[in-house]
Design a protein around this ligand. Structure first.
Ligand SMILES: CC(C)(COP(=O)(O)OP(=O)(O)OC[C@H]1O[C@@H](n2cnc3c(N)ncnc32)[C@H](O)[C@@H]1OP(=O)(O)O)[C@@H](O)C(=O)NCCC(=O)NCCS
Length: 151
């Protein structure tokens, strides 16, 4: 249903146009910030979320050098496209990608997925919980950390 395309010269403008809905901006940064993080910080990899040819969102991932977990970050489905199963499909595609392709992609075997999320972001917490992520006792800034051991 969806595919992921690495951010590149051909698609970064489309990713930069992805916007969360009013009321959601406290939970995520602008996608331009995520693009810069991926371009300059040397850790994260940004992707366009494609529904057919249409760019409907952004997601990035990285392997934490300390805990070796596969972290999901910057998941934003454009406001116009939310509630159609695209966020769920994106996380499922990432988990499947790591199961099939790691350690060839990052050099690290895939053992655990991880993410941080604001505890009052009910839609996101519900989504991650339904996919098997479990809240840990870790905090990251004002966010909780959820982890999911490889099935
Ligand atoms: C969170 C987000 C990625 C979900 O993407 P989406 O495509 O709208 O969600 P989906 O249609 O795939 O729904 C998946 C699940 O999310 C939850 N969900 C989605 N919208 C919801 C809402 N308005 N209220 C409560 N739960 C909701 C449900 O658990 C849903 O499960 P279901 O499929 O059984 O109904 C999207 O709302 C978004 O981009 N929000 C703004 C940015 C953000 O908060 N990102 C997460 C940062 S950690």
């Amino acid at each position: 249903m969806i595919t992921l395309a690495p951010a590149a010269s051909a698609n970064w403008r489309d990713i930069a146009r992805v916007r969360a809905a009013d009321g959601q901006h406290e939970w995520v940064a602008e996608t331009t910030y995520y693009l810069c993080l991926s371009a300059y910080d040397g850790l994260w990899r940004s992707y366009a979320i494609l529904d057919g040819d249409a760019t409907v969102g952004h997601v990035m991932w990285a392997v934490d050098p300390e805990d070796k977990g596969h972290w999901i970050g910057g998941l934003v489905i454009d406001a116009e496209h939310q509630g159609r199963g695209l966020g769920r499909a994106t996380v499922e595609v990432l988990l499947d990608l790591w199961e099939r392709e790691e350690p060839a992609l990052s050099g690290t075997a895939y053992r655990e997925a991880a993410l941080s999320v604001s505890p009052d972001n009910e839609a996101a917490v519900g989504l991650y919980r339904s996919l098997g992520f479990v809240r840990t006792d870790e905090d990251m800034d004002d966010e909780i950390v959820m982890r999911r051991t490889r099935a």
